[in-house]
Design a protein around this ligand. Structure first.
Ligand SMILES: *Cc1c(COP(=O)(O)O)cnc(C)c1O
Length: 375
C-alpha cells in the first residue's frame, strides 16, 4: 500500500526525546521549546515565535489577541479546516465565509471587501497546500479597513511570498506541527507575533492568563492572574521530537518539492489532454511541497478514480467539505457573495500520497495508475 501520509521522521528524535526526559524538565518552555522557537525565529525572520499545543490553539490564541468577541465578524474562506472557524466561534464572534480562487484554492482577495461591514473586526487568510494567498492585496485591505489580520499558516511552514516567509505578514501567523504537516511533533503548533504591541500579551495568554513570564524575567514583582488565557504550552518532550527536523528544515522542504515536481512532470500529459487540472504556483510564491492534488472533472469521476487507486493499493483523499454547507457552519456563520468555486472546486480535488522521502518509484506508480484510469 502506498500511504497517503507518513509522519515526518528524521534521524535524532529518540536521542533528543531521551535528553528531554533525562533533564527532568518535561513541562513547557524547557530547553527544546526554546531551541525550536529560536530556530524558527531566525529562519523566518520573525521577532517572536512561541510553540503552542496545536495549530488549532495557535489560532485560538490569535483570536484572543485580536480581541474578537460577541457581535464581531471575522472574514475567512469557506474552503478550510474547521479549526479556522472554531477559533473565531470560541470568542463569540461570527465567521463570515467568502469564495476562493480556483487556481490556488486560496481566499479570493477581491471578494473580501464586499463582505466587510461595521462589525468586521478581522480576516483570517488561510494559505492552502503550501502556497501563499495574495498577501500584498490582503495586507492592503486589512490596513485600509483597520482589521486584525491572522494568517492560518498551518500548511505553509517554510514557504515564501515575494521573498518573505509566510506567517510573518499578518498581526499573528499560526503554524501547525500535526503529524500530517511538513514538520511535526505529533500534535503541536506555533504563533509568530508580527505586531510588536502584542508581544507581552501572548506570553500572558499562553500562561493561563498570568504574568508568569514577566515575573520570571523580573519585569514585575508579583505573579498573578491578569488576562484571558489557557494552557498553550506543549511538553518539552514534544519539542524535542520536532527539534532535529528543524535542523534540516530546508532539506526536508527540497525533498517534498522534488516529489511535487515529479508528480507535475509525469501528470502534465493528462493536463494537456484536458483530462485533469494541476495546481498553480503563482510566480512570486516559493512553496514547501505540502500537498499534491489533482482536479478531476467532477465528484463522480473523483470517486471512481479514488476507488481505482485503492484497488491498486494507493491511498488518496479528498479535502474539506466547505464550512458554509456544514451543520455548524450554517449554525454559527454565513456566506457572503456567490459560491462560484468553493463547492465546485472542492468536489473535484483529490490529494495524492505526499510525505518526506516518498520514493520516486511510488510517485511513478501513482502517476501510471492515474494514466491507466483515464485511458
Ligand atoms: C492542520 C490545519 C489546522 C489545524 O492544525 P492542528 O495542529 O491539527 O490543530 C488549521 N488550519 C489548517 C488550514 C490546517 O491545515
Amino acid at each position: 500500500m502506498i500511504k497517503f501520509n507518513i509522519p515526518p521522521y528524521v534521524d535524532g528524535e529518540e536521542k533528543y526525546v531521551n535528553e528531554a526526559i533525562a533533564s527532568q524538565k518535561i513541562c513547557g518552555d524547557g530547553r527544546f521549546t526554546k531551541e525550536c522557537q529560536k530556530m524558527l525565529e531566525e529562519h523566518f525572520h520573525s521577532s517572536k515565535i512561541k510553540l503552542t499545543t496545536s495549530g488549532t490553539t495557535a489560532l485560538e490564541a490569535a483570536c484572543v489577541l485580536g480581541d474578537f468577541g460577541p457581535g464581531d465578524e471575522v472574514i475567512l474562506p469557506s474552503f478550510t479546516f474547521s479549526s479556522t472557524a472554531t477559533a473565531i466561534v470560541s470568542t463569540g464572534a461570527t465567521p463570515v465565509f467568502v469564495d476562493i480562487r480556483p487556481d490556488t484554492m486560496n481566499i479570493d482577495e477581491e471578494k473580501i471587501e464586499a463582505a466587510i461591514t461595521d462589525k468586521t473586526k478581522g480576516i483570517i487568510a488561510v494559505h492552502y497546500a503550501g502556497v501563499g494567498c495574495n498577501m500584498e492585496r490582503i495586507c492592503e485591505i486589512a490596513k485600509k479597513h483597520n482589521l486584525f489580520l491572522i494568517e492560518d499558516a498551518a500548511q505553509v511552514v517554510n514557504s515564501l511570498y515575494h521573498g518573505k516567509y509566510l506567517g510573518t505578514f499578518g498581526d499573528v501567523g499560526c503554524y501547525s506541527f500535526h503529524e500530517t504537516k511538513n514538520y511535526s511533533m505529533g500534535e503541536g503548533g506555533a504563533v509568530s507575533i508580527n505586531n510588536p504591541s502584542l508581544s507581552d500579551r501572548i506570553d500572558i495568554i499562553r500562561e493561563k492568563g498570568t504574568n508568569r513570564t514577566l515575573f520570571i524575567n523580573g519585569q514585575v514583582d508579583k505573579y498573578t492572574w491578569v488576562d484571558k488565557g489557557s494552557s498553550y504550552l506543549p511538553s518539552d518532550i514534544l519539542a524535542a521530537y520536532l527539534y532535529p527536523q528543524l535542523l534540516i528544515m530546508d532539506e526536508m522542504r527540497d525533498n517534498r518539492v522534488a516529489t511535487f515536481d515529479l508528480y507535475y512532470e509525469l501528470l502534465t500529459p493528462l493536463k494537456e489532454a484536458g483530462k485533469i487540472d494541476l495546481p498553480t504556483i503563482p510566480e512570486n510564491c516559493v512553496h514547501n511541497g505540502h500537498m499534491f492534488y489533482i482536479k478531476c472533472k467532477d465528484i463522480n469521476e473523483r470517486k471512481n478514480l479514488q476507488t481505482f487507486l485503492r484497488e491498486h493499493e494507493i491511498e488518496s483523499t479528498f479535502h474539506y467539505i466547505p464550512l458554509h454547507s456544514a451543520p455548524a457552519g450554517k449554525k454559527f456563520g454565513r456566506f457572503v457573495g456567490e459560491d462560484k468555486y468553493t463547492t465546485k472546486e472542492s468536489e473535484r480535488l483529490l490529494r495524492l500520497p505526499m510525505y518526506y522521502r516518498l520514493a520516486k518509484e511510488d510517485v511513478v506508480k501513482v502517476c501510471e495508475t492515474i494514466k491507466e484510469f483515464y485511458k
